[in-house]
Design a protein around this ligand. Structure first.
Ligand code: RFL
Ligand code: PHB
Length: 390
């Protein structure tokens, strides 16, 4: 087979890039290791910054998001028995975020690919990029006993943190920066009315908790748990009881509980790989960087990569101008690191660290006290949460 851009990974990053390039007449093939059902079964992001929403519209995939997604102009931080609101709209100069699940957004991208007869190959085994430093790279994958080869101009590594693309960059070229947090998030999805119309981020000495939602009938809740916990150890009853303990009484009293329809633990990690280009391989999204979910930045950082990459590819194919491709890694990383900083800061301010000393706890309290006493500090939080410009 032959194409212009071979994209490894059929998650939001890979599908979005494929869709945007196709609309500009650039041919792509997407190779996904899992089945479509498996990809759509993963419960992940819930909050989209306005830049991501704009990209969905540009990709002609924004219709359902605009109809069913909820615009959120603010969120609550609960701490020390009080509930303080961050007015995103006011402090970001009129911006907001969209609450729309990653599952729905991925479904919309798959449907758009189907509509345009885009090629997405599922259950592609042993995907492997080759000849990345040459002008003729190619990708192989296995379909049963048959090995299939795809010749292309560029390979995109959009295959998430555990993918094969980043690993194909030689060790002496790639520099990895990593910070692993000593806890994870236990998440529960339930078909219940959300406890609050806006998200509540709760700091509590027993550990952080988050009340989020997917719609007015679908709630998503998280609690901080030690890395040693297993999801099987947490019954629904134990989860609800622990969540209630960490929420202000007025919220806990209103919480409607129900059977979990999904329950999983995600460890928290910050990670960046540099550079994001190696020859004709370009990394995008979780393949190159991940953040702890506290600042709702992960998918949104992927969006800026796709934005830069798509414009760079179009300039290359339409005008023979490769400046964007040459500058991609530097440009993408500048924004990636800002999302890293913000996610690290939100995580540090709101979680309970097992090894923290009294001094650290005083600083956490001071961070919150400063935040809610300074319009400039609230402005900084708001501009990062709604998304820095691409
Ligand atoms: P993905 O979604 O991991 O997709 C990569 C795809 O590549 C496939 N793959 C391969 N395909 C072929 N060959 C191989 N060798 C392959 N290896 C892997 C995988 O099967 C997969 O389908 O990466 P992508 O597209 O870059 O998207 C990134 C986002 O998924 C991620 O950043 C967000 O989910 C992070 N995140 C959040 N981000 C936000 O912006 N806002 C949020 O509110 C938010 N909440 C979250 C989150 C992530 C969470 N978890 C579980 C980590 C909440 C949680 C709990
Ligand atoms: C979610 O709804 O899954 C969610 C929302 C906000 C976050 C993280 C996750 O910061």
């Amino acid at each position: 087979m032959k194409t212009q851009v071979c994209i490894i990974g059929g998650g939001p990053s890979g599908l979005m890039l494929s869709q945007l390039l196709h609309l500009k007449g650039i041919a792509t093939i997407v190779l996904e290791r899992q089945s479509r059902e498996y990809v759509l079964g993963r419960i992940r992001a819930g909050v989209l910054e306005h830049g991501f929403a704009a990209l969905m519209r540009e990709a002609q995939c924004g219709e359902r998001m605009d109809k069913e997604g909820e615009i959120h102009d603010g969120f609550i931080i609960a701490h020390d028995g009080q509930m303080d609101r961050v007015d995103l709209h006011k402090y970001s100069g009129g911006s907001s975020v969209v609450v729309y699940g990653q599952t729905e957004l991925t479904r919309d991208l798959y449907e758009a690919r189907d509509r345009m007869k885009g090629v997405v190959i599922h259950n592609a085994e042993d995907v492997q990029p080759h000849n990345l430093k040459s002008a003729n790279p190619y990708v192989t994958y296995r379909n049963g006993d048959e090995v299939v080869r795809i010749d292309c101009d560029f390979v995109i590594g959009a295959d998430g943190f555990h993918g094969v693309s980043r690993k194909s960059i030689p060790r002496d070229v790639l520099k990895e920066y990593e910070k692993v947090y000593p806890f994870g998030w236990l998440g529960v999805l339930s078909r219940t009315k959300p406890v609050s119309p806006e998200l509540i981020y709760a700091k509590h000495e027993r550990g952080f908790a988050l009340c989020s939602l997917r719609s007015q009938v679908l709630s998503r809740y998280y609690i901080q748990v030690p890395l040693t916990d297993n999801v099987e150890d947490w019954s629904d009853e134990a989860f609800w009881a622990e969540l209630k303990r960490r929420l202000p009484a007025e919220v806990a009293d209103k919480l409607i509980t129900g059977a979990s329809i999904e329950k999983s633990i995600a460890p928290l990690r910050s990670f960046v790989a540099e550079p994001m280009r190696y020859g004709n391989l370009f990394l995008a999204g979780d393949a190159a960087h991940i953040v702890p979910p506290t600042g709702a930045r992960g998918l949104n950082s992927a969006a800026s990569d796709i934005y830069y990459l798509h414009h760079a590819m179009v300039a290359h194919y339409q005008n023979g101008d490769s400046t964007g491709l040459d500058k991609y890694s530097e440009k993408a990383l500048a924004r990636v690191w800002k999302a890293q900083r913000f996610s690290w800061w939100m995580t540090t301010m709101l979680h309970t660290f097992p090894d923290s000393i009294a001094y650290d706890q005083k600083l956490q309290d001071t961070d919150l006290a400063y935040l809610f006493s300074s319009e400039k500090a609230l402005g900084s939080l708001a501009e990062n949460y709604v998304g820095l410009p691409f």
